[in-house]
Design a protein around this ligand. Structure first.
Ligand SMILES: [Zn+2]
Length: 206
């Protein structure tokens, strides 16, 4: 049981897990994708609440060990002060959990996917230097291409980008051959592997 405080100020105990094993509970893969995981209803006002309480999510058959860290702790994670169990990777906020689980579900390598996000964000900033792109991996399409959503370029708009599998494979080989080069060398900060660790610069930055 976990203690939740609703927007209506009502505090209650919710039956939300502190750990989840996706091999034992495979239905959670889609619950994470559709956002129903870690959600509950306030017994006082009836609101449907989506939480991002600290939760350990493992998928042993895919070698995945994720520690969901609440969005309120983002600065602590970025400054290298994440409190995450050994051998776990941190994901900050529910959207990053859903993104990373989708990467493992698709059988992809998180470092390669974060590298592709860096290239997509750099390209987006070339055309929109004042934008603050936040890029999420959404899954594979029918052709096996990687689907990304790019948020934060224009208010209320989401751009969609598809990266062919062949490009993913060549970036993956490039990372394996040159692990010490940018950006791949700089995407990990302790337990936190994310494009968020890199300072993205707009095209107006000399
Ligand atoms: Zn409420």
């Amino acid at each position: 049981m976990r203690t939740i405080t609703c927007h209506c100020d009502h505090t209650f105990e919710a039956d939300l897990p502190e750990t989840a094993d996706l091999d034992r509970s495979p239905e959670l893969v889609s619950a994470i994708a559709d956002g129903s995981f870690l959600s509950c209803r306030c017994p006082s006002c009836g609101a449907n609440l989506h939480t991002d309480l600290d939760t350990l999510v493992t998928w042993p058959s895919r070698n995945m060990k994720l520690a969901l860290v609440s969005e309120v702790s983002r600065l602590a994670v970025l400054s290298g002060h994440a409190e995450v169990p050994e051998f776990f990777d941190a994901v900050v906020g529910f959207a990053e959990l859903a993104d990373r689980v989708a990467v493992f579900a698709a059988g992809l390598d998180p470092l390669t996917v974060e590298t592709l996000k860096f290239h997509l964000a750099s390209k987006a900033l070339d055309s929109m230097p004042t934008g603050k792109p936040v890029i999420t991996f959404e899954g594979l399409d029918d052709q096996g291409s990687l689907r990304f959503h790019i948020h934060g370029l224009r208010a209320g708009e989401v751009a969609v980008s598809a990266i062919p599998r062949s490009l993913y494979d060549s970036v993956s080989s490039e990372i394996a051959a040159n692990p010490d080069e940018e950006p791949q060398c700089c995407l990990r900060n302790g337990p936190y592997l994310s494009v968020q660790n890199l300072e993205l610069e707009g095209g107006d930055h000399a």
